[in-house]
Design a protein around this ligand. Structure first.
Ligand SMILES: [Zn+2]
Length: 76
């Protein structure tokens, strides 16, 4: 693995790059995978009482049943 890398960079940098990949690679995967799962709704939605599920707008005193900021229906 190091051999083809050393064609492009000096070996201490190649070793550092491989070491960093193994050390921080799993964390980078988590940083990519979890936001994607969250975006497509595969993770449980975090509900904050009194705030809109969609835009987190403060719904204190809202009686209309829809968020006045984004129009999202309010579920209780
Ligand atoms: Zn909203």
């Amino acid at each position: 693995m190091i051999d083809w890398l050393t064609q492009y960079m000096q070996w201490p940098y190649a070793v550092a790059l491989v070491a960093m990949t193994f050390l921080f690679g799993p964390y980078l995967v988590l940083l990519v995978v979890f936001p994607i799962l969250n975006h497509y709704g595969f993770l449980p939605k975090q509900r904050i009482p009194g705030k809109c599920d969609h835009c987190r707008y403060n719904l204190t005193g809202n009686e209309s049943g829809t968020c006045s900021e984004c129009g999202n229906a309010i579920e209780d």
